[in-house]
Design a binder for this molecule. Structure first.
Ligand SMILES: *[C@@H]1O[C@H](CO)[C@@H](O)[C@H](O)[C@H]1NC(C)=O
Ligand SMILES: *[C@@H]1O[C@H](CO)[C@@H](O)[C@H](O)[C@H]1NC(C)=O
Ligand SMILES: *[C@@H]1O[C@H](CO)[C@@H](O)[C@H](O)[C@H]1NC(C)=O
Ligand SMILES: *[C@@H]1O[C@H](CO)[C@@H](O)[C@H](O)[C@H]1NC(C)=O
Ligand SMILES: CC(=O)N[C@H]1CO[C@H](CO)[C@@H](O)[C@@H]1O
Length: 496
């Protein structure tokens, strides 16, 4: 059973070709956008209002969040659409449906004893029963699956690779179900396999349990006991939407693409993570309408980032080679207002972390550096360009990328305290993925600076791509292959 497919595309992106040197007639009498003018339109009050709206959207629903599949997320998408709908002459707005199998509820017994369990997103509904087998190590490698799992249920530890990889390997060995157990505190409510199913090797029901419950089961198996489990999962197959808006004016063959995500985790309203990115992009998109552009500007609000970059992955998978060529640069914006912030730029040139992006990524980093150092006159740091947010799928496709962030669960260093103020030894955002991620805990000073940085790059690239390498300097395939090679050398451990 395929659990995802595109079902809706309400409007195609306009395919008008405009000479790069002239303004499209649609731009009317507006003056060409420039960094300083656009930045001047970005006001804290407007950002604050948007954050409050997103929080109201979350709090007016039973779950008090904006997680995919919830009313809160649906209303977030409607809000974005409504805001963009105010500019029908300026933007073409597209909704791209992504079908997701979202975990609803589950029951689990082991030798007739009940264990608290959650249905894992992207896995199907089902009822399975059989002997439990512990998979050694982390289950990320084929070599972890030595014995046949025919008719059995595998129990696998969380971590290191996407859980979908583990389930795929277990299924190829014949497993009829999988129990995932946590590698940290808390339950696996809202957990996702983070990777779309391979239609050739469809997923089986997956239940997520706590670390303690998982360790107890594994200990029983190691002691030679037989454990029979009975797992029922209920998932709801629902369509979740990416919102994509593109200027009607500007060269449609050369596009600057800016994106953030529209969903939150289950735990809270997700106002910094990443309601701040959602709001910043909306505000820049709204203010941009005052101006003309030379290059087309595309904004995206991705669904299901928290469940494994699913919205952005799906979007990139649907782009034709020609469409990929048109995206000169993709820029990612998340966590724009962390209370204990640092101004972080993705290390697109590899100078800090030795991992470079496709040609254009280094230039994007340089543009952000120029903004923070010369225009805003504030300090900045670099963060690893590892593809762990929505820009990952773009890198994999060979598209140049960049972005900025204010920090998530990482700990501020002494050096950063000297650079940005705040408190060393404390996470950038103590409320990361918690119910305290609300409008009261945003750093508005950081947020306005970050949003102005977005306005700056939007204006710069809407005017010209002269600072980027020529479009065809290296083929997309070559760039993608290089990134794939780099990924092989790394272990991706953060959010899986
Ligand atoms: C789980 O068990 C409860 C209590 O026995 C029952 O009400 C519920 O319908 C069951 N749900 C599933 C998914 O089987
Ligand atoms: C940087 O990465 C390349 C390729 O991944 C590797 O060959 C090289 O040794 C690395 N350099 C440093 C300084 O780590
Ligand atoms: C930048 O960081 C240095 C410490 O590295 C600090 O002395 C300086 O005040 C900071 N500048 C600004 C504008 O915050
Ligand atoms: C760039 O590539 C496209 C197709 O991939 C091709 O049509 C175009 O002529 C190339 N342009 C240059 C300057 O090589
Ligand atoms: C899961 C999560 O935290 N979502 C993203 C929010 O923004 C940060 C910073 O860009 C990303 O690293 C996260 O992946």
């Amino acid at each position: 059973m395929a659990i995802w497919k595109s079902i809706v595309a309400t409007a195609a992106i306009a395919a008008t070709v405009v000479d790069a040197g002239t303004l499209a007639p649609r731009n009317g009498y507006k003056s060409l956008v420039d960094s300083k003018s656009l930045r001047k339109q970005i006001k804290t009050e407007a950002l604050k209002k948007r954050a409050e709206t997103l929080q109201d959207i979350a709090y007016s629903t039973p779950g008090k969040n904006r997680v995919i599949g919830s009313e809160g997320h649906e209303n977030t998408v409607k809000y974005i659409q409504k805001e963009l709908g105010q500019f029908p002459d300026y933007y073409t707005v597209e909704l791209q449906g992504v079908e997701l199998s979202i975990g609803v509820s589950a029951n689990l017994t082991a030798n007739d004893k009940t264990i608290e369990v959650y249905a894992v997103t992207l896995a199907p509904s089902g009822h399975v029963s059989g002997p439990l087998v512990a998979v050694p190590n982390l289950g990320c490698e084929e070599s972890d699956f030595t014995e046949s799992l025919e008719g059995k249920i595998a129990i696998i530890y969380r971590g290191t690779c996407e859980f979908g990889i583990k389930v795929g390997l277990a299924v190829s060995k014949g497993a009829i179900g999988v129990i995932a157990y946590n590698n940290g505190e808390g339950t696996l409510e809202g957990y996702s396999l983070q990777k779309f199913e391979d239609p050739e090797n469809p997923y089986v029901p997956v239940g997520g349990i706590s670390q303690g419950a998982g360790e107890a089961l594994v200990a029983q198996l190691e002691a030679g006991q037989e454990v029979t489990v009975d797992l029922t999962t209920v998932t709801n197959v629902a369509t979740s939407y990416n919102v994509i808006a593109q200027t009607k004016g500007g060269d449609q063959e050369n596009v600057i693409h800016l994106g953030g995500h529209s969903d939150s985790v289950t735990a809270g309203p997700g106002i910094n993570d990443n309601g701040s990115g959602t709001s910043s992009l909306l505000e820049v998109a709204a203010q941009l309408t005052r101006y003309a552009v030379k290059n087309a500007v595309r904004f995206s609000w991705w669904t299901a980032e928290e469940a494994g970059l699913l919205g952005a992955t799906y979007y990139v998978s649907k782009l034709s080679p020609e469409e990929k060529q048109k995206i000169r640069l993709f820029l990612d914006f998340d966590m724009m207002a962390s209370p204990n912030y640092a101004f972080q730029i993705y290390d697109g040139d590899g100078s800090a972390f030795n991992s470079t992006g496709p040609p254009g990524s280094a230039e994007a980093e340089a543009e952000f550096t120029h903004y923070f150092a010369d225009i805003a006159a504030v300090n900045h740091t670099e963060i690893e360009f590892d593809g762990r947010s929505d820009y990952g799928p773009f890198l994999e496709a060979g598209i140049a990328a960049g972005g900025i962030a204010c920090g998530a669960e990482g700990i501020k260093t002494e050096e950063e305290e000297a650079m940005f103020g705040g408190a060393a030894g404390v996470p950038y955002d103590v409320n990361y993925h918690e119910d305290g991620d609300t409008v009261n805990n945003l750093n508005y000073e950081a947020w306005i600076e970050m949003t102005k940085a977005i306005a700056h790059v939007t204006a710069v690239y809407a005017r010209s791509f002269d600072s980027l390498p020529p479009k065809n300097s290296t083929s997309l395939q070559k760039r993608a292959a290089r990134y794939a090679q780099f990924k092989q050398t790394k272990r991706f451990q953060k959010w899986v």
